[in-house]
Design a protein around this ligand. Structure first.
Ligand SMILES: [Zn+2]
Length: 403
């Protein structure tokens, strides 16, 4: 099927906006983008075409959220409800989250710890078109030392020693993991640990990274303290989650080695979300208390030139502060990066990290037609994404608000 989007401005993280643009889509991919008149006559000459007047919208690539959990269960009553779901209920709960996520304009997610390998079933169902959802790149269970960060639920796998961690990596890849997630330090949500607790020894980190790389998988690590991150970066770590306590020196090493940072700024500034889930006082104190150092750390990464990527940690679709968690986090990033770099951090940057830049990340001929539309200009103000009213993934429209 030929489709044509007209009366729009195309904006991506690559080039200047294309005003009064036409986007010609054939099947699931973009055939041409350019001045409307030109593109429209080419598309019409090729055969019947379904035309859509975008009513002056700004069209961008779909967002990519690099730190997602569809089965998140934090300590507290809300989390316990998710933890208590049986396998069938859990799968449906996650499928509902995936649909809502796509509706927010998030067409790609990187899942970094999901319960009981339900993520692989969900990924299959989305690929097969049985349920709507974003393109999923998933780590399966996160690897963690005995008693380490997140050990309490089925979204982690406890391993010990280099042999244990090698087995952990292989078992996730065997189940279908696209990447490996490992917890190398404590975090906010663990009662018996601090953010600064180192949790893996160097031989264990090396075992994870070497094994994953041998199988062609990247590794991302939940990590807080600078010393722990420094050691992992030298071992070839591909990405740091949170990075609560970086130093300028460690940030410089990350930049030099090409280690990306998904700062998840939301997690130290989301009291409303924690209250909604009944998250206990000790965790809230630790989370909100870590906020100022977290921002300082993020700025060090920014100054050092580290690649910064969008990731919410909170479920990507969660209603939060007048929008959804994904857009709210993008606004957090934009406060420091500005809207142009924020657009990169939410679209092209993640796609590059995932190794998908031949297929996604920009609105360009040959790529999948994963595009979203909004009324305001996201290059002026990232809050434009609050107004997403059209979502297309692979040429299929999943959201089109009536106006
Ligand atoms: Zn997380």
């Amino acid at each position: 099927m030929n489709q044509l989007l007209g009366n729009c401005t195309v904006v991506d993280a690559r080039a200047l906006p294309v005003k009064d643009a036409g986007v010609w889509i054939t099947g699931d991919r973009i055939t041409a983008v350019g001045p409307y008149g030109e593109i429209a006559s080419q598309a019409r000459a090729a055969g019947p075409v379904v035309e859509r007047d975008m009513d002056g919208a700004f069209v961008t690539p779909g967002l990519a959220n690099m730190h997602t959990h569809f089965s998140l269960s934090l300590p507290g009553s809300g989390g316990n409800t998710v933890k208590d779901l049986g396998p069938h209920d859990l799968a449906l709960y996650m499928a509902d989250g995936a649909r809502r996520t796509l509706d927010c304009g998030v067409t790609t997610v990187r899942n970094v710890a999901e319960k009981d390998h339900a993520d692989f079933a969900l990924r299959r169902a989305i690929k097969a078109g049985r349920v709507p959802g974003p393109r999923m790149y998933t780590a399966g269970r996160a690897l963690v030392c005995t008693g380490g960060h997140g050990h309490e639920s089925g979204d982690t796998m406890e391993c010990d020693g280099p042999v244990g961690f090698r087995h952990g990596v292989r078992s996730q890849i065997k189940a279908g993991a696209d990447l490996i997630k490992v917890m190398i330090s404590g975090g906010i949500a663990g009662e018996h640990e601090g953010i600064a607790t180192p949790q893996l020894f160097a031989d264990e980190m090396a075992a994870v990274i070497e094994t994953a790389h041998a199988w062609g998988r990247k590794v991302t690590a939940h990590a807080g303290p600078a010393e722990v991150i420094a050691a992992a970066v030298e071992l070839g770590l591909d990405c740091v989650e949170h990075g609560y306590q970086l130093t300028p020196e460690v940030a410089a090493r990350m930049a030099a080695r090409g280690t990306a940072l998904v700062p998840t700024l939301l997690v130290t500034r989301c009291k409303e979300f924690f209250d909604e889930l009944g998250v206990p006082e000790w965790m809230q104190c630790r989370s909100l208390g870590a906020g100022p150092r977290h921002i300082e750390s993020f700025k060090m990464a920014l100054d050092a030139g580290v690649e910064i990527l969008l990731g919410s940690d909170m479920p990507p679709f969660w209603s939060f502060e007048g929008t959804n968690a994904t857009v709210r986090e993008l606004e957090n990033l934009a406060e420091h990066l500005g809207p142009v770099r924020a657009l990169h951090a939410g679209t092209r940057g993640p796609i590059d990290w995932l190794g998908l830049s031949d297929d996604l990340g920009t609105v360009e001929p040959g790529k999948y037609a994963d595009v979203i539309a909004m009324d305001a200009d996201p290059l002026d103000d990232t809050s434009a994404f609050r107004g997403v009213r059209f979502v297309m993934k692979g040429g299929v429209v999943s959201r089109e608000d009536q106006r």
